[in-house]
Ligand binder design. Structure first.
Ligand code: MG
Length: 269
């Protein structure tokens, strides 16, 4: 019995020592943080403002052309033609209607149009106007949309005094994110969208390793603040996350003659 008690005591003291060791290891990261924080205080005080100036690299100069378009942008539509667009369903020439005021109008029934070029992450600017003749309500009034990489929709809808489900109104990331505010101007006004789109990233096995994101300004007002893209913006059902490459920008024909003008992009990758 004495022998057993002795053995138990030895066992307990070994256990306690190991625990103390583990405790010591646990506090190590905190000590490292303290050390990191302490580093700046050991540096000499900076008194010359020049010591914190960085001169290189110098940002490239961007100038502005017609309609305030940045000189490094790809102009997708300036009113002169639809040369950079095709009909989405059959790749024939885009047949939406060109107007004399440098805009184009959705031709109901002609189908969606998309860019010939594929894009990854981009900054996009476009202007749109709902049909002046107010017809229908909810999703039936001035409905169109911009699909990034052919699958992620930022909603276009005449949301001026026109209630619908909040995750389907103008600037909603369709069925995923409700806009912070409704910044829609009156139906007969032109609206601007400025959108930063970061594409999702997939690994070689096709698994999504980084979600995409949207930041959206509507008429200069922040309405989507770096929101996560959960997957494809489905009309029915939940988002899907199949791997994909770069893709076109698609504009939706939802049967309403929405007008577009002044569309440009800047590639971010
Ligand atoms: Mg739509």
């Amino acid at each position: 019995m004495k022998k057993l008690t002795y053995l138990l005591l030895i066992g307990f003291s070994i256990f306690s020592c190991t625990k103390k060791e583990a405790k010591k290891k646990e506090v190590l990261p905190n000590e490292m943080v303290e050390e990191e924080i302490a580093i700046p205080t050991t540096k000499k005080e900076i008194t010359d403002p020049k010591e914190t100036e960085i001169w290189e690299p110098e940002p490239k100069v961007v100038s502005f052309t017609k309609n305030n378009t940045p000189s490094d942008a790809i102009v997708l539509f300036d009113g002169s033609n639809l040369d950079l667009w095709i009909t989405a369903k059959d790749s024939t020439d885009a047949s939406w209607t060109l107007q004399s005021d440098d805009s184009m109008t959705v031709k109901p029934g002609a189908g969606d149009i998309q860019t010939k070029q594929n894009f990854g992450s981009i900054q996009l600017h476009l202007e749109w106007s709902a049909p002046n003749l107010v017809r229908g309500k909810g999703q039936e009034r001035g409905n169109s949309g911009i699909f990034f990489q052919n699958r992620y929709e930022v909603q276009i809808l005449d949301s001026y005094q026109n209630r619908t489900y909040a995750n389907g109104q103008a600037t909603a990331i369709y069925k995923q994110h409700i806009p912070l505010v409704n910044a829609t101007k009156a139906t007969d006004q032109w609206q601007t969208y400025d959108i930063i789109f970061h594409a999702p990233v997939f690994d070689p096995e096709g698994k999504k390793v980084k979600s995409g994101s949207f930041t959206v300004l509507h008429n200069g007002v922040l309405v989507q603040d770096n929101v996560e893209i959960l997957g494809t913006t489905e009309y029915i059902g939940f988002p899907k996350n199949e791997a994909h490459e770069k893709g076109p920008i698609k504009l939706q024909d939802h049967g309403n003659p929405v007008q577009y003008r002044n569309i440009w992009v800047r590639e971010l990758d």
